[in-house]
Design a protein around this ligand. Structure first.
Ligand code: 5AD
Ligand code: SF4
Length: 449
């Protein structure tokens, strides 16, 4: 979501005549897009702001804006920061050009946050967001050929640890027509992979006349658009609703990638209840079983929170057991971070000491690493089709004899593949023979270019 918001803001400012600079030193305006999901992310923003405050001593005219979830959460408290000129929440980004221009011209502080964020957005605001979303290019800046398309905003789930409903507001599904038109426009501009975005993307629902659109219908409609080769969607909430229909499209369409990101968060039913997640570990595993039965090559990724209030050794063991049974391709593991205003923070004590959270994090990662390693090895000697993203982080160090740098790419099932080849392959599909694997990366050579 944040990557998409950054791309939108970037594109809106460019359309208004601004240019990107490589370094803060050359910038007249610095915007920081922020995340509030864990405290650590917010702390990093505060430390950037400290640095900017220092720079502003010698360049007082520089405009600094904080946008995104942290801006919405802290509002005028953030505006009080000496370095900050603009505070703009995620629902207010259509105003970004106006806010930046005002701050540059009039040197006054600009606050744009949504006051009653828990209430459904007004029609005017929804329209403004939709127009903003549809009018700007949202190609991923660093990854050619790929784009994100938001199908819904906000979330109604109120998992007790989560700040999202308080900063992004209630769930609101975009009209199918707007989504499909946007994908068509992107395809015309050369986009090959589209990722549909929603906090609980699988619960997308839009009533139009007699028809109720679900995510499966959107995928169906997007799959017939010429030029679109791969369709993904993130993130899925473990729920029966629409699940069969979505799997059906995945099984039947070569364009819908066999990939599911479906966070379990915990393997303990007691903790799942305390998190207000509406499933048990048993039901979660049943959903995975069903997914694998319908889409045998499906790759699944998960998220976990370790150290949620009250998580005992036994509860943590249940998370390890679930991880072993789930067979994730990879899992994102986070230490519980109390977020102000959430139910868990208000009602529960952060009882698990940080050393224990840290130990559980490391232990769960080690369990997952073995599973990832085993799954990666099954690719040895096989050929896979990948969409090339661009130079790898180590491209400068790993040149082949003929000077081809190292590139990074992904399979339809979201495996990262590294190989050497010409950078002009970025944004294109290539077949790679896998010659070596590590838990999170496959290495290989192109078989045809
Ligand atoms: N503390 C730690 N992790 C969190 N997540 C969400 N809220 C918190 C929190 N308060 C994790 C969940 C979610 C991912 C995006 O971030 O695992 O799936
Ligand atoms: Fe947060 Fe739960 Fe909504 Fe995901 S489903 S965004 S974890 S409240």
């Amino acid at each position: 979501m944040n990557k998409l918001d950054t791309a939108l803001v970037d594109s809106a400012l460019k359309a208004a005549g601004f240019n990107m600079t490589e370094s803060v030193k050359d910038a007249d305006v610095v915007l920081i897009n922020t995340c509030s999901v864990r405290e650590h992310a917010e702390q990093r923003v505060l430390s950037h702001l400290g640095h900017l405050k220092h720079i502003k001593k010698s360049r007082p005219d520089m405009v600094v804006g904080v946008i995104g979830c942290m801006a919405q959460r802290l509002g005028d408290r953030l505006l009080e920061h000496e370095a900050v000129n603009i505070v703009c929440g995620p629902a207010q980004i259509p105003r970004i050009t106006e806010l930046v221009t005002e701050a540059l011209n009039h040197r006054k502080k600009e606050l744009a946050v949504t006051e009653k964020i828990l209430k459904p957005t007004s029609e005017n605001q929804t329209q403004a967001l939709d127009d903003f979303e549809s009018s700007y290019g949202i190609e991923e800046k660093d990854i050619p050929g790929q784009a994100f398309v938001r199908v819904m905003r906000g979330c109604n789930n109120f998992c007790t640890y989560c700040i999202v409903p308080y900063v992004r507001g209630p769930e609101m599904c975009r009209e199918p027509k707007a989504i499909i038109e946007q994908i068509r426009k992107l395809a015309d501009r050369g986009i090959r992979q589209v990722t549909l975005l929603g906090q609980t993307v699988n619960s997308y629902k839009y009533e139009q006349g007699d028809k109720t659109w679900c995510l499966a219908d959107l995928l169906d409609a997007a799959a017939v658009i010429e030029g679109v080769e791969w369709l993904r969607f993130v993130t899925s909430y473990p729920s029966e609703e629409f699940f069969d229909a979505i799997l059906q499209v995945m099984a039947g369409s070569s364009k819908v990638c066999s990939y599911l990101h479906m966070p379990a968060q915990s393997g303990s039913d007691k903790i799942l209840r305390a998190m207000n997640r509406n499933y048990t570990s048993g039901r979660y595993l049943e959903l995975l079983e069903k997914a694998r039965a319908k889409v045998p090559d499906i790759a699944v990724a998960g998220d976990f929170i370790v150290g949620f209030p009250g998580e005992s050794d036994q509860d943590f063991q249940a998370t390890i057991d679930l991880t072993k049974k789930a067979g994730y391709k990879n899992a994102f593991i986070f230490k519980y971070s109390p977020r102000p205003g959430t139910t868990a923070d208000k009602r529960l004590q952060d009882t698990v000491p940080d050393e224990v959270k840290q130990r559980r994090n490391v232990e769960l990662l080690a369990v997952q690493e073995k599973i990832s390693d085993r799954l990666s090895r099954t690719f040895l000697g096989k050929e896979v089709t990948v969409l090339v993203e661009g130079l790898s982080k180590k491209s400068h160090r790993n040149l082949t004899q003929n000077g081809s740098p190292q590139l990074v790419a992904r399979t339809a099932t979201d495996y990262i593949v590294v190989f050497n080849g010409p950078p002009t392959l970025a944004g294109r599909f290539v077949k790679i023979k896998i010659t070596q694997t590590s838990p999170l990366t496959l290495f290989g050579q192109p078989v045809e270019i």
